[in-house]
Design a protein around this ligand. Structure first.
Ligand SMILES: Nc1ncnc2c1ncn2[C@@H]1O[C@H](COP(=O)(O)OP(=O)(O)O)[C@@H](O)[C@H]1O
Ligand SMILES: CC(=O)OP(=O)(O)O
Ligand SMILES: [Mg+2]
Length: 399
């Protein structure tokens, strides 16, 4: 059978991740990242057959130029790959309540994504630019939207309604939506396979720890609670995002300390989290290095990150009742044996017993159990959001 390749685009506010991926096997033929949009040194990096390449995109360029570069230069150099692309799959962070599953993009879908932009102002406008650019570059190919929020649409009202006047939900769609759904879905399915259980009978807590981070309680394959909220700001401590804080701090910053609302938004999204606490870096590798060298800020940031995460994990035993596996994924979850061990030790009440050898072995893309066989199971499962997007695109198009 000929390969069914899908070009997957994940447009962020200042970057674009892409992959050309086989929907059947999940293997990527080409993958890369265009970054520093709008700055003097916008650039693109990619990998073909394990070989890394890099180029400048030109000063002050952004999504459109990046898509054009992918089409004209990268695919131009690899026509045998280009001609096997059947569809474009777009990661869309916010689909509100309108999109409960992936859809083929038409003008009404574009309008729907635009309608959700107020709920994800950093993400959805960038996705729309990516959709328009790839429609222009690939007019003959179908485009599919895959939503981060869709997986969490199974949450019950008690998990998604804020304790605000109900009218704000009814009239303004203000509620918790949750993100990283594509990752939580993939990882929970793989975890069920790894422990030899049917996903329908499985209770899993999944911690996706990347630049953004969220934890989800998954019962019978369905999301029943998750830590991100109306936007990706709620919940855990993240690279540059604060996660949960007392909402009155916003009023205090504006009325007493003279911040504008835009400055507060920027502060909480881009200057907080690991970066804000450590006063060193948002990158977990740098935080770990600081911690090893006795850097006070990095040590505190690491401690708060693990403490908040452990508290969330413990609280998700409430909707689940019982736990078959705790799963770590995302750049931090897949690589930081230090953070995993710290979190499992904080969860002592559940009797997790870290197996140091297994914990060290499950890094850099390797899946595995990281606890001993004497207690509850914690696993590392590398995520693959791009594969889910490619699979969804091909299965929608074959209907
Ligand atoms: N070996 C490692 N040890 C600890 N943290 C790591 C390691 N490799 C990557 N990370 C961390 O993973 C995070 C990025 O995760 P990733 O899932 O790639 O993010 P994104 O949300 O952009 O997809 C960064 O904080 C990075 O420092
Ligand atoms: C929703 C979100 O936080 O995405 P990312 O982790 O890619 O920033
Ligand atoms: Mg990611």
């Amino acid at each position: 059978m000929s390969n069914k390749l899908v070009l997957v685009l994940n447009c962020g506010s200042s970057s674009l991740k892409f992959a050309i991926i086989d929907a059947l096997t999940g293997d990527d033929q080409i993958s890369g990242l265009a970054e520093c949009f709008g700055l003097e040194d916008s650039r693109i990096k990619w990998k073909v057959d394990g070989k890394k390449q890099e180029a400048s995109l030109g000063a002050f360029t952004a999504h459109r130029e990046a898509v054009e570069y992918i089409v004209n230069k990268i695919l131009g150099d690899h026509p045998q790959i280009a001609e096997q692309i059947h569809a474009i799959g777009h990661r869309i962070v916010h689909g509100g309540e309108k999109f409960t599953q992936s859809v083929i993009i038409d003008e009404s879908v574009v309008q729907g994504i635009e309608d959700c932009a107020a709920l994800a102002p950093l993400h959805n406008p960038a996705h729309l630019i990516g959709i328009r650019a790839s429609q222009a570059s690939f007019p003959e190919l179908p485009q599919v939207a895959v939503f981060d929020t869709a997986f969490h649409q199974t949450m019950p009202e008690k998990a998604f309604i804020y304790a605000l006047p109900y009218k704000l939900y009814r009239e303004n769609a203000i509620r918790r939506y949750g993100m990283h759904g594509t990752s939580h879905l993939f990882v929970s399915r793989e975890a069920a396979k790894a422990i030899g259980k049917d996903i329908a009978d499985t209770n899993i807590i999944c911690a996706h720890l990347g630049n953004g981070a969220s934890v989800t309680a998954i019962k019978g394959g369905k999301s029943v609670d998750t830590s991100m909220g109306m936007t990706p700001l709620e919940g855990l401590v993240m690279g540059t995002r604060c996660g949960d804080i007392d909402p009155s701090i916003i009023h205090h910053l504006v009325s007493r300390l003279g911040y504008t609302l835009d400055e507060v938004n920027n502060l909480m999204n881009k200057q907080s989290g690991l970066l804000g606490i450590s006063e060193l870096t948002n990158d977990c590798r740098g935080i770990e290095e600081g911690y090893e060298n006795g850097h006070k800020g990095a040590t505190l940031a690491l401690e708060i990150f693990c403490y908040r995460l452990a508290k969330y994990i413990a609280s998700y035993t409430v909707p689940l009742g019982k736990l078959d596996a705790l799963v770590f994924t995302g750049g931090i979850g897949e690589n930081s044996d230090l953070i995993r061990a710290k979190v499992l030790n904080l969860l002592e009440i559940f009797n997790f017993e870290v197996d140091d050898e297994r914990n060290k072995a499950a890094r850099f893309g390797k899946q595995g159990q990281i606890t001993t066989d004497n207690g509850p199971i914690a696993l590392v499962i590398p995520t693959n959001e791009e594969w889910v997007i490619a699979e969804d695109a091909m299965s929608l198009l074959s209907k």
